[in-house]
Design a protein around this ligand. Structure first.
Ligand code: FES
Length: 157
C-alpha cells in the first residue's frame, strides 16, 4: 500500500492541530478526528505520533480508534464504493450487489484493494430508498441496480 499519506507536510499539520488542542480537556477525540481528516486514516504510524506528542499511551489511543466506527485504521482507496444495506436496499437485493462488487474487484467489505484503488463499505440507509438498491462511488450515486449493472459501473473508474 502506498504510504504517501504519511508525508512530512501532513505530520506538520498534525503538530499544529495537537498544539492547538493540547491544553484542553478531552483533547484526544478532536485531535483524532482532525488527524483522520489530514491523513485519511489513523494508521499505527499516526497513532504513535499522537501518543508521543500528547503523552497518551498508545494502547489508550488504539482502544479509542478501534472502538468508534468512524475511525479507520487503513487508508481508503481512491474510490470508496458504498453499498447500502439499509432495509429497503437489502430487501431489493443489495447483498447480491456487494457480492458482485467483491467478485469483480477482489475487495471485501471494510477492505481496500492492494493497489489502493477501491475500498468497499456497507453503508446504512443514505436516504435514497426510492432508488433501492443503491450504490455510491465517492459522491456519485447509482440506483435501481441489478447485478448486471455492476461491471459497467466499475469500468468507469
Ligand atoms: S435503505 Fe438504502 S437508501 Fe435507504
Amino acid at each position: 500500500m502506498d504510504k504517501g499519506y504519511l508525508s512530512n507536510e501532513n505530520f506538520v499539520r498534525l503538530d499544529d492541530v495537537i498544539e492547538e488542542h493540547k491544553e484542553k480537556r478531552g483533547a484526544l477525540m478532536p485531535v483524532l478526528h482532525e488527524a483522520q481528516k489530514i491523513f485519511g486514516c489513523l494508521s499505527l504510524e499516526v497513532q504513535q505520533k499522537i501518543s508521543e506528542k500528547m503523552s497518551v499511551p498508545l494502547s489508550e489511543i488504539y482502544g479509542v480508534v478501534t472502538f468508534y466506527s468512524q475511525f479507520t485504521l487503513e487508508p481508503k482507496g481512491k474510490y470508496t464504493i458504498g453499498v447500502c444495506l439499509g432495509t429497503a436496499c437489502y430487501v431489493r437485493g443489495s447483498q447480491a450487489i456487494v457480492d458482485k462488487v467483491t467478485e469483480l474487484t477482489g475487495v471485501e467489505v471494510g477492505k481496500t484493494s492492494p493497489d489502493g484503488k477501491f475500498s468497499l463499505e456497507a453503508t446504512r440507509c443514505i436516504g435514497a430508498c426510492g432508488l433501492a438498491p443503491v450504490l455510491t462511488v465517492n459522491e456519485e450515486v447509482y440506483g435501481r441496480l441489478t447485478v448486471e449493472d455492476i461491471p459497467g459501473i466499475l469500468a468507469k473508474y
